[in-house]
Design a protein around this ligand. Structure first.
Ligand code: G3H
Length: 478
């Protein structure tokens, strides 16, 4: 049966009164790896109550002290990178080296939040009234940034630690308290990460971590009147949350169908390398993965050949052996990906490699001659399958990109900087990368999606600002 990991509240690790647990299935072995507590709604109520109380005191804690604690947590997290990375390997089948990178990147992100926070929040504004018509210089306005209160953070399975701290760091430096609801796959990595904050000595109740079934506590958390801000990264659930959430600021990073537009003058070796990195790293399970290649017909054969040569070199196997392609997160995910591949097969796509699957492990696949009537042309596989659509004009590529309901990132490969800028302007996505695959980082860059890809903008600076509100005091002179 094995132990059930406890949840974290009031500075302590506790068992849920439900007596129930949630199983975490190892995607590689497809057996239960860990179990976490199935918290109840009553426990969520208590967590939010403590969080509210802790926040009031924290908001009064000097900014430099908040920053000091965050730096400490960052250092402890980095010290414990090995056991946390090990959880990532077992819970989400992330390749071993990438798992370590995720934890180190998270430590750096927390430190950067502390540094950025003291600068941004250390400054306010001073305004005078006589610039607006009809006013004398009789009003002085002072503004500063104040915290929102209790921030609810819901990260996804693909970066359970990193996308948790990208919400925790900004929330805490800005004077908020934080309730974390980890994804089921990745929950134990999150609990270990929270232990690092515990060791750093944050005040009791300031950070909590509740685990459980989405059906039991998901809506209850997101619709809770005690929550003052929701930062969510994930899939369609985010759209449902946005509709149900109350009058609180939302930060949503949802899916993407990032297009890679390849012009005739592109450096095809560079493009091929970026399709491999962008399309196949972590087996395509990134919202910023290259999810459709739109290549000019005249260079398509040459590009496909180069990509195929690189696909052949990808190591397929378990995450422990640091393979490039590892099992996808769940059986249902693998079934979904398989459904997309079958649909493309029926409709006549060219399979550059044979479709192969063992359990949750799907071999990397490049699909050439994909047409708009195929599901893979529009849907997000979140797996190691990259479709190629051959285009006869750049406009056709831009049109395909913009016809998507998603608008996260996109990329364009060309040596002509003028064309690159014009195409970037025409693409309806939050970011366009020129001559590189889409990516969220470096983590202080703004990160946002248009349309169904999200609400608001992330990146360290934007998140800190989003998790605060402006407060002004106006001096009225006689
Ligand atoms: O999956 C969504 C992540 O925000 C993507 O982050 O570009 O660093 O892989 P990444």
């Amino acid at each position: 049966e094995g132990d059930v990991f406890k949840y974290y509240t009031d500075g302590e690790w506790k068992k849920s009164a439900s007596g129930k647990s949630v199983a975490i299935i190892n995607p590689t072995t497809r057996t239960t790896q860990y179990k976490v507590q199935a918290c109840t709604q009553e426990e969520v109520n208590k967590v939010i109550e403590s969080s509210k109380i802790a926040q009031k005191q924290w908001a009064k804690t000097p900014l430099w002290k908040r920053a000091e604690l965050l730096h400490k947590a960052a250092a402890i997290l980095k010290e414990h990178k090995a056991p946390i990375a090990d959880c990532l390997v077992k819970e989400i089948a992330k390749p071993a080296k990438d798992s370590v990178t995720e934890v180190v990147r998270s430590g750096d992100l927390i430190s950067y939040c502390a540094e950025e926070g003291v600068r941004i929040l250390g400054e306010g504004k001073f305004l005078v009234s006589d610039s607006f018509p009809g006013n004398e210089r009789t009003k002085y306005c002072l503004t500063s940034k104040i915290p929102l209160g209790v921030v609810l953070a819901i990260p996804p399975f693909n970066y359970p630690v990193n996308l948790a701290v990208s919400k925790i760091g900004p929330a805490l430096i800005a004077g908020n308290s934080l309730v974390l609801k980890p994804p089921t796959q990745g929950a134990v990595a999150c609990l270990h990460m929270v232990q690092c904050f515990h060791l750093a000595g944050f005040p009791t109740g300031l950070i909590s971590c509740v685990t459980g079934k989405g059906s039991e506590i998901g809506d209850f958390l997101t619709m809770h009147p005690g929550v003052n801000c929701i930062s969510f990264t994930g899939g369609d659930t985010g759209i449902a949350i946005s509709k149900k959430a109350g009058m609180v600021p939302l930060q949503m990073e949802l899916g993407g169908k990032d297009a890679c537009i390849v012009l005739e003058d592109a450096d095809l070796d560079l493009v091929a390398a970026n399709i491999i990195k962008g399309g196949f790293s972590y087996s395509g399970q990134r919202c910023t993965a290259v999810k459709v290649v739109l290549v000019m017909e005249s260079v398509a054969d040459a590009l496909v050949e180069k990509v195929n040569a690189k696909v052949a070199k990808l190591k397929v196997g378990p995450p422990e052996e640091d393979c490039d392609i590892t099992p996808v997160v769940s059986e249902s995910s693998a079934n979904f990906i398989e459904g997309l591949a079958k649909d493309a097969k029926t409709k006549g796509a060219t399979f550059c490699q044979e479709y192969k699957r063992e359990g949750n492990l799907i071999w990397p696949l490049l699909l050439d001659n994909v047409r708009p009537d195929m599901r893979i042309a529009w849907e997000e596989p979140f797996g190691p399958i990259v479709p190629v659509i051959r285009i006869s004009s750049v406009e056709e590529g831009i049109h395909h990109c913009n016809a998507s309901n998603f608008g996260l990132q996109g990329c364009v490969f060309t040596k002509d900087i003028n064309k690159a800028i014009l195409i970037s302007d025409a693409m309806e996505t939050g970011t366009v990368q020129i001559n590189s695959a889409p990516a969220r980082g470096p983590d202080h860059f703004p990160f946002q999606g248009l349309k169904d890809s999200g609400i608001g903008s992330q990146g360290i600076t934007n998140s800190i600002n989003m998790m605060t509100k402006i407060k002004s005091t106006v001096f009225n002179l006689p």
